[in-house]
Design a protein around this ligand. Structure first.
Ligand SMILES: Nc1ncnc2c1ncn2[C@@H]1O[C@H](COP(=O)(O)OP(=O)(O)O)[C@@H](O)[C@H]1O
Ligand SMILES: O=C(O)C1=C[C@@H](OP(=O)(O)O)[C@@H](O)[C@H](O)C1
Ligand SMILES: [Mg+2]
Length: 193
């Protein structure tokens, strides 16, 4: 599988809590790629946590650094990049995202909420009704996430290792569709290169 990817980086998109950071680490290990999380890089560049950046510079300040970080990471191959859920919002970001295979982890809102309720590291969820906020954000962003190359629809109860395997299979399918369709067709399939 890794050889068929020809070094193309993989970028994970999706809502807060869908598992980009968690699954991304498994994926990087499985493919022997390096792992980066745009949120972690933003924090190290800014020398502040994400809640501190939102508090001092607002969401626009955070988004500016997020775009700079994505631009830099997109220049490299053989990376797995876990993004923040809002990376899809800026049109400019898509020119960078498309350097990689873009994978949307699509998890139902109820599971997102169960996973991240009470987590103080996500400033956008500091609202009177965080589950409703998650729902509203997903509706605002759904058509943007849908621009991914691969949509992995999940029920939300699958373990991260399973999600990782599923992502690998789905990427193989789009990069080498004939080879992954039927065992009998595989012998006639052109290798991806
Ligand atoms: N497949 C999964 N099943 C159960 N819990 C998960 C799964 N993936 C992630 N989590 C948990 O959900 C929370 C959010 O995961 P995270 O990877 O930080 O999501 P994201 O980076 O997309 O916001 C973490 O506590 C993580 O351990
Ligand atoms: O959805 C968003 O706009 C955000 C998602 C967060 O990352 P995760 O998706 O990893 O939680 C982080 O970038 C920031 O709090 C904003
Ligand atoms: Mg994350």
């Amino acid at each position: 599988m890794a050889s068929r990817l020809q070094g193309t980086s993989i970028v994970l998109i999706g809502m807060m809590g869908c598992g980009k950071t968690t699954v991304g680490k498994y994926l990087a290990e499985a493919l022997n790629y390096r792992f980066f999380d745009t949120d972690a890089v933003v924090e190290s560049v800014a020398h502040k946590t994400i809640p501190e950046i939102f508090a001092t510079d607002g969401e626009p300040g955070f988004r500016t650094v997020e775009t700079q970080v994505l631009a830099e990471l997109s220049a490299y191959t053989r990376l797995v990049i876990a993004t923040g859920g809002g990376i899809v919002l800026a049109r400019k970001n898509w020119s960078y995202l498309h350097h990689s295979v873009v994978v949307w982890l699509d998890v139902p809102v109820e599971h997102l909420y169960q996973r991240i309720k009470g987590d103080s590291n996500r400033p956008l969820l500091r609202s009177p009704n965080p589950q409703q906020t998650l729902h509203d954000l997903l509706e605002e962003r759904r058509s943007l996430y849908a621009q991914a190359d691969v949509r992995v629809v999940l029920q939300g109860d699958e373990p991260p290792e399973w999600v990782c395997d599923r992502v690998v299979q789905e990427i193989a399918q789009i990069l080498n569709p004939v080879a992954t369709e039927q065992p009998s067709a595989a012998s006639h399939a052109p290798e991806f290169n």
